[in-house]
Ligand binder design. Structure first.
Ligand SMILES: *Cc1c(COP(=O)(O)O)cnc(C)c1O
Length: 221
């Protein structure tokens, strides 16, 4: 096994192990966050079976997208989205935009859609940290329903959140549980994806009911 195969199988094994101790029964999707590497490394991971990749800047996504056009890669956008980059992002037909962090941004995306209906997640600031974007958990359900009813060109299909920035597992867990509780309520409004968990906390996220993990450094050391 080469280093890529080693890391990918290690992460997948840990996901399975965490799943076995979880009370949730989710089919978990792994997104390889490639923001810290060049497109050649994406190609290497793709060649051993990883199909979904995440980027947090439109410009970097565009560069990789152009260089890897011949591969059937699923691109996920996970970063702060500026209004003036929405058209460029949509032109690449991302599989999922995880980081819609306000009603206003949802409306902006909605207005720019033309040829396809993008899948979008509402980002929630479940840890309530000033450094993070996303809607506050108290208004997440109302905001979700308002986007659903006013933005008919986008397909809002779940929630995304970044775990609390701390070494205290209990606080991280609390933030994940908040997100999962909101997700459970929104299932009746069609929510399918609960995108929580990164390299440092994906096992905990699986235990808390994540079904989409965004893992970067654990795969691309
Ligand atoms: C960078 C990033 C990740 C991956 O982080 P790692 O710690 O490298 O796994 C996940 N989600 C978002 C939104 C990111 O910006």
């Amino acid at each position: 096994m080469n280093a890529y195969e080693n890391r990918l199988s290690l992460v997948k094994n840990e996901i399975l192990e965490a799943k076995n101790t979880s009370t949730f029964n989710e089919i978990i999707k792994l997104i390889a966050v490639s923001k810290m590497v060049e497109y050649g490394e994406v190609k290497k991971l793709f060649e051993i079976g990883q199909v979904a990749f995440g980027e947090n800047r439109v410009q970097s996504l565009k560069e990789k997208y152009d260089n890897l056009k011949n591969f059937k890669i699923e691109w996920h956008f996970i970063g702060r989205l500026q209004k003036n980059k929405i058209n460029q992002l949509l032109s690449m037909r991302p599989t999922l935009i995880h980081s819609c962090d306000s009603l206003n941004l949802a409306k902006e995306i909605d207005q720019r859609v033309s040829t396809f209906k993008p899948d979008v997640l509402l980002q929630i600031n479940s840890a309530k940290e000033g450094t993070k974007t996303g809607v506050m958990p108290e208004i997440a359900i109302d905001t979700y329903q308002e986007i659903k009813s006013t933005c008919k060109n986008i397909n809002l299909c779940g929630v995304m959140s970044i775990g609390a920035h701390t070494d205290d597992e209990r606080i991280i867990q609390k933030s994940f549980e908040t997100t999962r509780e909101i997700f459970d309520i929104l299932k009746k409004d069609g929510a399918k994806y609960c995108s929580i968990g990164m390299s440092s906390d994906y096992k905990l996220a699986v235990k808390c009911g994540s079904n989409m993990l965004r893992v970067g450094s654990a795969l691309f050391k």
